[in-house]
Design a protein around this ligand. Structure first.
Ligand SMILES: Cc1cc2nc3c(=O)[nH]c(=O)nc-3n(C[C@H](O)[C@H](O)[C@H](O)COP(=O)(O)OP(=O)(O)OC[C@H]3O[C@@H](n4cnc5c(N)ncnc54)[C@H](O)[C@@H]3O)c2cc1C
Length: 521
């Protein structure tokens, strides 16, 4: 993973000339005056952990698994939001952990947490490092140092219960490795977020992730039937049946807790049979409103495709949605729907029935072209962000969700807020996940960088968070809370809600060492 950007540097995507022209002419983007810092120019804080603490940690995991070198520290600094990348590009490594520790078992995690609690060392659980909400930045104040607890060594497929379609799997596995291991058993999780190449299963559970095929396979939190968690107070082992009426479901306390309550060391996940067939195709609707109505109908009355997404007029036009596939802007781009069907013999029938609904509601079939090209390029967009940043454009994404009846208000509120903060940015949106009761809206914003692009974006982000809360949306459908959404989350759940979470944290983590400042203050 590129330390100051996204993904495999070999896959870096140069900006096509027409996009460069568009940025210059439409948004007034100018190349930044200061070049990005090199790896050697990153400024790191002096490592704070004493030799005594380091040797105690090494005694638990082995000296090879405690790293204090610059390379390890830089690669475990923050996550991959646009502000995170801006800070790294400016050479700001001030949030680097003092050490990176790689435990090899649940028992080692327990011991590490006890040792860190005893020495008041903050611990940041680290999966793939793809958080986009500041979920990997611990508050240092009052602590003797910060340790990144990298779960990469917890990477086994522990067991497969083919009868129950449940697997036990460790949290440090990256999604592609997990899918490869499951494919060996003819199984899949069906969890394909855009961060698929790097994110881990533990990170998906801790941040309640949602993949692009959520209509068919469900969100990640739907897949978790059980989990084991190491906390400074001991072990929590939750989930022993598919459903239970035995009191409140404590699994839900851990899902979405973003490392603030404990470290997930094992997951029991519901799996599906790997699909034998996949069909992806495009549809055009005249407007976002008409497209939304069609998606709602499928979500409420079925049949529900495995992948279902709708780009608004701007996103469709801009080519993120490949306008050439739908006749180009001159033909009236309208709004592009991608519908995907995965499974075995039932796929053709499912497609036919869904197609009849879409056509009946005004959809124009565009054939497999747009669907295949979406599937082919589904992980490539994040690579463009690095090129845009280098060119002098800020590009960032944000997301929310609401009930169908409130979706137009939410859509307008986000767009209005971004325009009020940023002048004339390009704001694109798609409906990314659908449910019977509502849907999530995923926005991509592109704007010319000001003299202080970080402050420019942070101001816009604060306002849009407030706008989302005021418009009755949730502050996050799938990115999580981290530090960036903490205030808005508190507004969403209210003072009593925050008090409950503080109570839980106080019980599980009395010294407050786990991800301090993330999720709740
Ligand atoms: C380009 C890009 C595209 C993205 N697309 C999507 C998308 O389509 N859908 C989506 O849902 N998200 C998306 N994300 C956000 C991100 O990938 C998810 O939040 C993902 O779940 C994070 O997984 P990770 O392994 O990288 O976790 P990390 O970033 O390492 O950690 C995320 C949070 O969970 C905590 N944590 C990690 N592992 C554990 C553990 N084992 N126990 C306890 N706490 C833990 C961390 O402390 C942190 O607070 C995207 C991010 C990027 C950069």
């Amino acid at each position: 993973m590129l330390w100051s950007g996204w993904g495999d540097p070999a896959k870096a995507a140069a900006l096509p000339a027409p996009i460069r022209g568009l940025l210059r002419d439409l948004l007034g983007v100018r190349e930044p005056e200061t070049p990005a810092a090199s790896f050697g120019e990153v400024r790191l804080p002096v490592a704070a952990l004493s030799p005594l603490v380091l040797s105690e940690l090494a005694g638990i995991v082995g000296a090879d698994h405690v790293r204090t070198d610059d390379d390890a520290r830089i690669r475990h600094t923050r996550g991959k939001s646009t502000p995170d990348l801006m800070r790294m590009r400016a050479g700001d490594g001030s949030d680097a952990p003092d050490a990176v520790v790689l435990p090899g078992s649940h028992g080692e995690v327990l011991e590490l947490l006890r040792a860190c609690a005893a020495h008041r060392v903050a611990v940041v659980p680290f999966g793939g490092g793809t958080s986009v909400v500041g979920g990997l930045v611990a508050a240092r104040q009052g602590f003797a140092g910060v340790v990144a607890l990298d779960l990469a060594r917890l990477n086994r497929l522990v067991s497969v219960d083919a009868e129950s379609m449940v697997v036990e799997i460790e949290p440090g596995l990256r999604a592609p490795q997990a899918e490869r291991l499951l494919a060996g058993h003819g199984l899949t999780l069906g969890h394909f977020p855009q961060s698929f190449e790097y994110a881990t299963l533990g990170g998906f559970a801790a941040a309640r992730s949602s993949g692009q095929a959520s209509a068919g396979y469900g969100r990640f939190d739907d897949m978790v039937v059980g989990l084991t968690v190491a906390t400074p107070r001991g072990t929590l082992d939750l989930g022993r049946a598919p459903k239970s009426a035995a009191g409140p479901d404590l699994r839900q306390v851990i899902l979405g807790s973003e490392g603030a309550f404990g470290v997930i060391t094992s997951l029991r996940l519901r799996v599906r049979r790997a699909p034998a067939e996949r069909i992806y195709e495009g549809w055009r609707f005249a407007s976002f409103a008409e497209g939304s109505a069609a998606l709602r109908r499928l979500a409420q009355d079925g049949p529900l495709p495995t992948v279902l997404r709708l780009s608004d007029e701007t996103e469709t036009m801009i080519g993120l949605a490949r306008p050439e596939e739908i006749g180009g802007p001159a033909a009236g781009a309208g709004c592009l729907v991608i519908a995907g069907y995965e499974g075995s013999s039932e796929v053709a029938g499912l497609r036919e029935r869904a197609a009849a609904v879409l056509a009946g509601l005004g959809g124009v079939p565009l054939g497999p072209g747009p669907g295949e090209s979406w599937a082919h390029g589904r992980y490539s967009a994040p690579y463009l962000r690095d090129s845009l940043l280098a060119e002098g454009a800020t590009v960032e994404t944000l997301e929310t969700a609401g009930f169908w009846s409130n979706l137009p208000r939410l859509y307008d509120a986000v767009r209005l807020s971004l325009h009020a903060s940023l002048g004339s940015p390009l704001v694109m949106c798609h409906v990314s996940h659908v449910y019977g009761t509502g849907a999530s809206l995923y926005f991509t914003v592109v704007t010319a960088q000001s003299g202080d692009p970080l402050a420019q974006w942070e101001g816009a982000k604060r306002s849009v968070n407030e706008a989302i809360v005021a418009a009755g949306g949730t502050i996050s459908h799938h990115h999580g809370v981290g530090r960036d959404h903490r205030e808005a989350y508190a507004a969403e759940i209210g003072d009593l809600g925050v008090e409950i979470l503080r109570g839980i944290k106080g019980r599980l983590d009395p010294e407050g060492i786990l991800n301090p400042g993330v999720l709740i203050a």
